[in-house]
Design a protein around this ligand. Structure first.
Ligand SMILES: [Cu+2]
Length: 533
């Protein structure tokens, strides 16, 4: 049944349940069943989403941490729109209250984050050229090449293409409740290069060539990291012209939250882009009646297990989640397991705008978040790897709340005639599908990620999107392992709303690409560059 019409799906708090998933069908039948309220346990791994292909069958164990109502859905965007969602209820069970142990929750260590959602004028290809291509020996690290005609479909504004500049939204990490000082690198490892700001390495300049440029992580939302049993507190400020929220997966238990109006900023003016966006969403090519209905269903099926209350423009809210036992890594996962978060108000549209980030949950005592790496051993060692995001998605700018405003802005900036960018042009839809890695195409990331041989990097890999969003991240030339890559493979399969941790050791000097091995994604620009020295 569709749109949460399935009756009678009931689980019990604290009682493991085995859920059997299977899929049939054709090429569009790739599915990623997921629920924000529970995590799946599969073959020793904790998973945010399962990855189902036609003919595949998985039996997973789930243990709901609290009583209430939850929602299971396929996270593939077109499937959310089509109604592939079901509600379930969790009963309290005998002799147990509906919630978590209040005393234990009160005593849990707190991991605190100050996150704002902000508009940003983004350029997917600020160099206007490609730094992609070549191999270890074939491409100088600083070299760039003109974009080809096929590549320019995504980067140049013409009568039939929007170009590489879009207004977007992103989650930005701040130092404190003043929301005035940004955390360097959006909270990821950053620095090196002999005196760059916020060097994480011992002794400042004595960093042996390590450079992690601030800004290299692009559009990736800040990493929320915690240990199993901790509390995550997010102080959220919405600087966007529309309602937004912070909504994590991972089976976290909402401990409440409150609106914080005291220091609210003036509401962002309902600018022309916002008004156009509101009007335009109903007219854009891929927003169908089905999607509107799905968004409404998602909004109305607010779960009682998870608080993802939306925050009005200019307002603040404190979210508080317990990371319950059972959200941490499984026995096959190593020290940490990845989840992701987005804006629950309109998950698809807001993800297309840019509101997505990862969560890393460590086993007890194993957390070494990058913002706490100082003194002691150098970062990038086996014990304390650099932590960097690898955010792969085909961002559909036609599904962004800023879509109409972006077309209007492109028309104006390119000095096109009155009719401007023609939305019926054959090239138009493709020109709005941005095959980005951390927010950039064709290795346009600022600076150059430079890693001395021996550096360890923990890549937190995540994505979202629709049926085209199956990705195979490759960290070329280096020693790579992942709990989710068995049998000696060097990549992990990444479907929409999936997450993975890939551990890398820089082993081979040269200029190498980080890319998606799906060929059309590769040629459309889903590539970044790293220099191993
Ligand atoms: Cu891909």
């Amino acid at each position: 049944m569709m749109f949460c019409n399935l009756p009678g799906f009931e689980l019990r708090r604290g009682l493991p349940a085995r859920v059997h998933f299977f899929a049939l069908g054709g090429g569009s039948d790739m599915h990623t069943p997921t629920s924000a309220e529970v995590t799946a346990f599969l073959s020793g791994h904790r998973r945010q989403a399962l990855q189902l292909l036609p003919g595949s069958f998985y039996s997973t164990d789930v243990t709901p941490p609290v009583a209430g109502q939850g929602m299971l859905q396929c996270a593939v965007a077109d499937h959310v729109s089509g109604g592939m969602s079901a509600l379930f209820s969790v009963s309290a069970g005998e002799g147990a209250g509906p919630g978590v142990d209040a005393a234990a929750a009160a005593a849990a260590p707190v991991r605190e984050f100050f996150v704002a959602a902000e508009p940003v004028e983004w350029d997917y290809a600020p160099l206007g050229a490609s730094r992609a291509g070549g191999t270890a020996s074939g491409c100088p690290a600083s070299g760039s090449a003109p974009l080809t005609e096929e590549e320019r479909v995504f980067t140049i504004t013409t009568e039939g293409t929007v170009g590489s500049r879009y207004r977007k939204a992103r989650f930005v990490l701040y130092e404190d409740a003043k929301f005035s000082k940004k955390v360097p690198g959006n909270g990821y490892s950053v620095g090196g290069g002999g005196g760059a700001a916020a060097s994480d390495t011992d002794g400042g300049g004595g960093d042996g060539g390590l450079v992690v440029p601030d800004g290299w992580t692009g559009l990736a939302g800040p990493l929320l990291s915690a240990e199993e049993g901790d509390k995550i507190v997010v102080h959220f400020l919405n600087r966007l012209p529309f309602e937004a929220s912070v909504h994590p997966s991972g089976g976290f238990v909402s401990l409440g939250g409150e609106e914080q109006g005291g220091k609210a900023e003036p509401a962002p003016a309902a600018t022309a882009p916002a008004a156009a966006a509101a009007a335009g969403r109903r007219r854009s090519l891929l927003i169908t009646a089905g999607e509107a209905a799905a968004e409404a269903a998602v909004a109305s099926a607010t779960s009682s297990l998870q608080s993802d209350a939306g925050v009005a423009p200019g307002k603040r809210r404190r979210y508080e989640w317990l990371v319950p036992e059972g959200s941490g890594p499984g026995p096959g996962d190593g020290d940490s397991v990845a989840y992701s978060y987005g804006s629950g108000v309109s998950p698809i549209a807001h993800a297309n705008a840019g509101l997505v980030g990862p969560v890393l949950v460590y086993s007890k005592g194993k957390m070494t978040p990058p913002q706490q790496q100082e003194g002691g051993r150098p970062v990038g060692s086996p014990e304390r790897p650099l932590v960097l995001p690898l955010y792969l998605a085909v961002m559909n700018e036609m599904g962004s709340p800023f879509f109409e405003a972006n077309v209007a802005a492109a028309t104006e900036s390119a000095g096109l005639p009155k009719d401007g960018v023609n939305q019926t042009a054959l090239t138009f839809p493709e020109s709005n599908l941005m095959h980005q890695a951390n927010g950039y195409l064709y290795c346009n990331h600022p600076g150059l990620l430079t890693l001395p041989v021996g550096t360890r990097v923990r890549w937190v890999v995540f994505g979202f999107g629709s049926e085209t969003d199956m990705h195979s991240p490759v960290l070329a030339g280096q020693r790579v392992s992942s709990p989710l890559a068995s049998g000696g493979t060097y990549t992990v399969g990444l479907m929409p709303a999936s997450t993975a941790v890939m551990e890398m050791e820089a082993t081979s000097p040269g200029s190498w690409e980080i890319y998606c091995a799906v060929t059309d994604h590769y040629f459309a620009g889903m590539r970044a560059r790293m220099l191993v020295v």
